[in-house]
Design a protein around this ligand. Sequence first.
Ligand code: SAH
Length: 289
Amino acid sequence: MQDGDIKFASKASRFNSSHYDFVSDVWHIIFGENFHAGYFKQPGESFSVATNNLTEAMAALGRFSKESKVLDVGCGIGGPAIFLHEKFGCHVHGITISEKGTQIANESARQKGYSSHLKFTVADATDNKLPDESFDIVWGMESFHLMDDKARVFAECYRVLKRGGQLLLCDNMAGNHRLSDAEAVAHYKELRLLERVFGKTRTETLAGYESAARAAGFKDIVSRDINEQTMPPTIKYFRNKVKSQYQELVDLSSKQYINDFLGMCDTWEHFNRLGVMSYGLLRGTKPAA
Ligand code: SAH
């Protein structure tokens, strides 16, 4: 993608656009079709089952039908959109800032014969240019933490939803232990490491997401902390997977990136234990009238 093809709403979006182009192939091996955490219901479950469990847990909060028009905000390489279409028969329009992500996703949809129901385009979710009141469901799966202006992304989700429509999201969130300035300085290296692995992020607590959703106009907010079922087992999986396919992953990206990825596993575990990082699910509804 050429600079100028899309007007990014922020510097973070511009940075993350090339970051997600860069990680697409290597994450495809590490994560599979779904660029999100696993939701482990029982010990020993495989990561691919666990990532689909998370999609199911989020979908269970929504009202889907064959006619539903779904906007997938931050669609990765299309795994969740394909899953939703296979389960409900719905239409999904996925948007992402990664051109590479849209190419992989459109090709997967084409190979499965789903192109009449699924499409993936490049757009910044904080200024998505889509028409008002055109979707029944907005789906934000592990993408909001990559957008620094939470008010804008919630406002955009609200604007494009039809009245009575639902916003469903899950995300890496800040835990209840906020790093003090002194702690942030002490953990500077680890914070930079997370940025090299995931891109520029701004995490928010579950309570912060609830109030941002309410401020945008959403009602009937339902939220759940699902940290324990997601983060510790996902990190354990990441570490084993990356160690077992180390050289292949280095060849697809770089030694620096894969070593950073392994370092991230330790940092994430540490921050998760401290209560700095967490994981949550949320649903909000745009009032019918
Ligand atoms: N929801 C997908 C991907 C999660 S990874 C899945 O669960 O498989 C985060 C995704 O958010 C990536 O596709 C990234 O390109 C996208 N993203 C990050 N910032 C964005 C922005 N400002 N607008 C749209 N998409 C964004």
